[in-house]
Each structure stands twice: as structure tokens, then as C-alpha cells.
Design a protein around this ligand. Sequence first.
Ligand code: SF4
Ligand code: SF4
Length: 435
Amino acid sequence: MEIVRPEHNWFHNHLVKQPIQNFPYRPSNFIVRRDVDNGILLYNSVTGCLLFFESEDEINSNLSVLIEYWFYLPSNSFNECDWVDFLRNKRINYVSKQGINSYVIMTTLDCNARCFYCYEKGVPHITMNSKIATSICDFIKRHSTDTIKLTWFGGEPLINSSVIDLICQRLTEYGGSFFSTIITNGLLLTSETIGIAIKKWNLKRVQITLDGTEKIYLRTKSYIDSNGNEFQIVLDNIDCLLRSEIAVTIRLNQDKHNTDDLLTLVDILHSRFGYSRHLKIYNHLLFNFDGEYTQEQIDDFYKLGNKLNALGYESNHNLPYGMIIHQCMADSDQSLVITPSGQIGKCEHFTDDKMVGSIFSDELDLSTINMWKEKYDTTEECYSCPLYPTCIRLKKCPNQKIRCTDFYRKNRLDSINMAMENYYKKWKSKDKSIT
Ligand code: SF4
Ligand code: SF4
């Protein structure tokens, strides 16, 4: 037996080894098992620990270790969901002392593209001014002490890059520690901007959406004042980011009609960028996991995902480090969204409604904050679902429905399986990029 990845540090420090008693034991429901060519991987989705065994016999001869590391649990009277909820609350209390450490800052709701699927359609195109930007820095100074993560978002955040400069400059003057990520269409991320972003914004990761090969991309994005070169410019900008060793995540928006085109796009991306440990590419089905996909859409989703995996682009997806404590910024006390007018919200999809405060006041509306944390009830299926520790379903999330679907479960389980194998391969080859 080998420990491929030990448990998450928090469990290492807060969860004692399970004492072995004179009980019958059974495998935990929250283990994912994956057969690899030369053995068996077991992943504990509570603690994040990943173990390798050469054979079934080796598993059976290591039961005491499996009990100690919480892979086996008492057969009777052990409610695993309650146990996970208990640990989650304990961890939430632990991190609550850290204050706010993540801000999504919407520099503008304006955009240089007009995608048909944009959820900000019809929203007034407000742009942040320097007074708001300065007040954001003051708010951050009052509420954060540790290193903070700034995510620049919009609209298209780079239309108003001057407030990014201003906020970063002021935070630097305050002596604050921060790094940035950005969600952008990438058009304005030229080599000159990348230089500034590295130096002044401490930019570490960029997410760019591509909707198809050149013709389809240009039609979907429908750039204002297009000169027809935008697709090539975005690829050049991605190239520059990768050469600057900034992590790039390309999201491929997949709808009912564009799978063949996206398969061609993946070939184009592969011949242009090859494999890079800084590049992740994933496909995202538009209109979300609402259980209304046809079998054909699901098949297309896997066809594209399998191709990305075969080329190694999905291998850069991380194996979850065990149990999660929140689904996203909406239910995290460590994260806030700030709109261009200085309103404070919890979800980037809500810039006007269900807001929780303003940067001009230190009072946050606790009842709305708690409303964002409301979860769907645990169902019978959850009790035996290995995803439970990494599954939080928020009632207010526009992307989640009252019941999870077979597709949702299979997709998430497949990605954990893939991440386990990829993690194992990197561990075996002593690749230092694994976390
Ligand atoms: S994926 Fe579905 S069954 Fe599994 S824990 Fe989440 S809600 Fe429950
Ligand atoms: S859309 Fe859902 S997942 Fe995204 S921030 Fe809002 S609540 Fe969270």
C-alpha cells in the first residue's frame, strides 16, 4: 500500500486517527474506487486521502490502516452524512476567523461582445468610476487582513482596466497582499496588458470562453466594431499568457448544434498550443444541469470531454481535496461580489437583486446572507452517494435544480475518477505540479 496523497491538512490537524475497536466495520460510502492498470486506487472524498494498493488481497490485509484513515467505518450506528455535516460546520467555524479573503469585482457591466446567451442582457451598462474603486480599497482594508484573491469580472472587465490599475496600486500602497484572476473574452488581453497584469495586478489565472472555430466564434460573439480578426487576436493573447506562465482555462460553451465545430476547435487549439501544464480546457453544456438534456446532447458532451481528456487537457483538473465547505462565493463568509456601483452581493448573476450591502457601510444584511446559504434537503440517495462530501446544492443558485439528475452524478463521478488516475500518474512520474 502507498499513500499517494495524504489527507487534507485540516483533517491531519483536527481529525484523530479512528481508534480500532471490537466492532464490525464496513467500507465508507464516501470512497471512490478506481482500478488502474497495475492496481487499485481508493479516494476518500471526506479527507481527500488517496491510497494505492497492488491487489484486492493487499486491501484486505490493510484493514487496520483503512480504519485509522476513515476508509472503513463501524457497520452499525454511524450516520455518515451527519458526520460530514458535523466536520463541515467545524471547519466553517475554523475558517470564519480568517475574515473576507476573496472579492469578485465587476469593473463594468458593459461588454464589447454581444453573445446571445449572456445573462446580463437588458442589465443597465453601469461602469465603475474611480471614486467607487477607491472606496472598494478602503472597504477591503477594513475587512481583510490576509492575502486576498481579486477576481475581475464584468461585462467585460478589461473595458475598464483603469479601475483595476487603481485598485491594485492603492492596495499595494496599503501594503496589502493580493493576487488576481480574471474572467474575460480575452480580446483586450494584449501582450502589453499582460505585462501590466503580471507586474501590477499579480495576475495568476485567466478564464476565457470560446464558442467555436473562427466563423462561428465571430458570429456568436458579434463584437461591436468588429474587424473580423478577433478570433486570431484572442488565440495570440492566449499564446502570450501561456508563454508568460499564467494559467489559462478555456471554457468551450457547448449547445445542441456546435459539437462537431468544437471538436475541430480542439484540434486547432492543440496544434497551436500543444499540451501545457498551464492550460486547462473543459466543455460546458449551455443551459445547465436541469435534467432536460436529450441523450444526444449527453453523448455529445462525453464525446467532446473524451477528446479533451485524450489530449491531456482535462488532466489539469484538480482532484478535490476532500470535503468542501461551501459551494461557491454565495454561501461563503469569506467571499463577496462588488458591482460597478459599489453594491455588495453574493452571486455574480445577481447585480441588482438579493444584494447584502454596500461598500459605503460596514453593515451586511445577515438575513439575505443566510438566505444564500439555504441548501436543498439531503435525499435518500445522498446517504450512499460518494459525492456527498463534495456536494452542496444551494436553493438560490440559478444553475441548480431541486433534485440532482443521473447525468449530474455521473458527470461529477467521472471527473473524480479521471482526476484520481491523473493524480496517480503524476505522482508516479514525480511531477511537481500536483497539489
Ligand atoms: S450528487 Fe445527488 S445524490 Fe449525490 S450527494 Fe449530491 S444531491 Fe445527493
Ligand atoms: S450561479 Fe450558483 S454557483 Fe454561481 S455564484 Fe451564483 S449561486 Fe454560486
